[in-house]
Write a protein that binds this ligand. Structure first.
Ligand SMILES: C[S@@+](CC[C@H](N)C(=O)[O-])C[C@H]1O[C@@H](n2cnc3c(N)ncnc32)[C@H](O)[C@@H]1O
Length: 218
């Protein structure tokens, strides 16, 4: 006979409720749900192409994260690895006054972001590799753990070579790679917290780190 596992049932219920709430908000902003997970096609971190799948960050987490940054008309925001565009949807919902961009390598996910965001003039999607963009065009960056650790390090080297003005980086799920930025010239951590439960609801299967950084090139 199958054993009943109350903890597992509660976790599943919790996840379903968070997803239902997120899907409701998605439909209001995007006309469709952005909940579906799309797996990564490349996880080979030793070859420095370690990418995570397209998993959308819950709105409640985004509200917490964006309470640590004030976007102005002069900013240019980009979500590196934007998936189906949940972060961008959150910024539309909260009426961010700046240009909002996302780059996404998985065509299936990027096309979803592109389709819903067409109705918003200040949102644009690039379907392609984040390693091929020039980051000097942006001031505020969001990373929702798009890269596995070695790939993250390669990305940071590229970033530091290109960026010529002070920027802000919001790094969600930073526990694997965030320490890499500590002590690097130009980088300062302005905030860090561990996010697990919000309003009594679990936001992920385990506690996840969020840190906010500034980078001022030499
Ligand atoms: C965990 S998801 C986060 C999605 C979204 N930022 C959010 O927080 O809701 C990470 C995304 O990064 C994308 N990604 C990984 N490597 C990439 C690359 N080199 N260029 C563009 N996108 C990439 C993945 O395909 C995936 O959709």
């Amino acid at each position: 006979m199958r054993r009943i596992r109350p903890k597992k049932i509660l976790r599943t219920l919790n996840r379903k409720v968070v997803e239902m709430y997120d899907a409701l908000v998605d439909r209001r902003i995007c006309g469709q749900s952005l909940v579906k997970y799309i797996p990564s096609e490349e996880r080979n971190d030793t070859e420095k192409i370690g990418r995570t799948g397209a998993q959308s960050t819950p709105y409640m987490v985004l509200k917490r994260i964006f309470s640590h940054v004030e976007l102005t008309e002069k900013d240019s925001f980009i979500d590196i690895g934007c998936g189906k565009g949940r972060v961008l949807a959150y910024l539309v919902k909260s009426k961010a006054p700046c240009k909002i961009s996302g780059v996404e390598i998985l065509e299936e996910a990027g096309k979803i972001a592109e389709a819903w965001s067409k109705r918003y003039d200040n949102v644009s999607i690039i379907i392609g590799d984040a390693f091929e963009l020039n980051y000097n065009d942006y001031t505020v960056f969001f990373l929702g753990r798009p890269f596995l650790p070695k790939t993250f390090e390669v990305f940071i080297s590229k970033f530091e070579k290109e960026v010529r003005h002070p920027i802000t980086l919001l790094y969600w799920v930073d526990q694997q790679s965030g320490a890499y930025l500590k002590g690097r010239p130009g980088w300062t951590m302005t905030h860090r917290e561990v996010i697990y439960k919000i309003h009594g609801m679990m936001m992920a299967g385990s506690p996840q780190g969020f840190s906010a950084w500034t980078y001022v090139p030499e």
